[in-house]
Design a protein around this ligand. Structure first.
Ligand SMILES: [Zn+2]
Length: 172
């Protein structure tokens, strides 16, 4: 029996996941219970990487339900802040993210998903593999030209074809 054994079963009686309340620093940092901290909007940040290449694909947010569904199904779910909806990644595009490993950070306020992406392997709604398809010139390189330099030469799919007239989630 561990120190926090009173609620240490990972699944509730109906088989549904049970997230734990946060009771101590020791529990959160050194324990074996998942006790995530959601921010004032009820969200936790999630960085998602490609399990094969190691590249960062995207940074998203999960509410409690998105986190629970990701754990229960093994498919990445996120909360869209722009559209204010729970969203199973790839529901529209077919570019689903199958979770190979989920990690939680020290204070349990950020998640890292290592995923295998279906189809073309793209994760970005703009059509690129990674949402981080441009780099920002820094330091001495700043004078070399434009602020941003593309790091992916081609889109892997045509967003207009895949998403049709679904509203663009990018907010100005
Ligand atoms: Zn993107």
């Amino acid at each position: 029996m561990d120190q926090y054994s009173e609620t240490s079963h990972s699944g509730a009686e109906d088989g549904r996941l049970k997230l734990h309340g946060r009771v101590s620093v020791a529990q959160v940092e050194e324990g074996v219970q998942l006790a995530p901290r959601f921010d004032s909007d009820g969200l936790i940040a999630c960085v998602t990487t490609d399990v094969t290449s190691g590249d960062v694909l995207m940074v998203g947010y999960m509410n409690r339900e998105a986190l629970e569904r990701t754990i229960e199904t093994g498919d990445a779910h996120y909360w869209s802040r722009a559209r204010q909806v729970l969203w199973r990644k790839g529901a529209t595009s077919g570019l689903t993210q199958s979770v190979v490993e989920m990690r939680i950070d020290d204070d349990q306020d950020a998640v890292w998903l290592r995923v295998r992406v279906a189809g073309s392997g793209a994760s970005c709604h703009v059509g690129y593999r990674s949402c981080f398809y441009r780099r920002v010139r820094t330091g001495n390189e700043r004078s070399a030209g434009h602020d941003l330099v593309f790091t992916e030469e081609h889109k892997t799919f045509d967003p207009a074809e895949v998403y049709g007239d679904v509203a663009n989630p990018t907010v100005l």
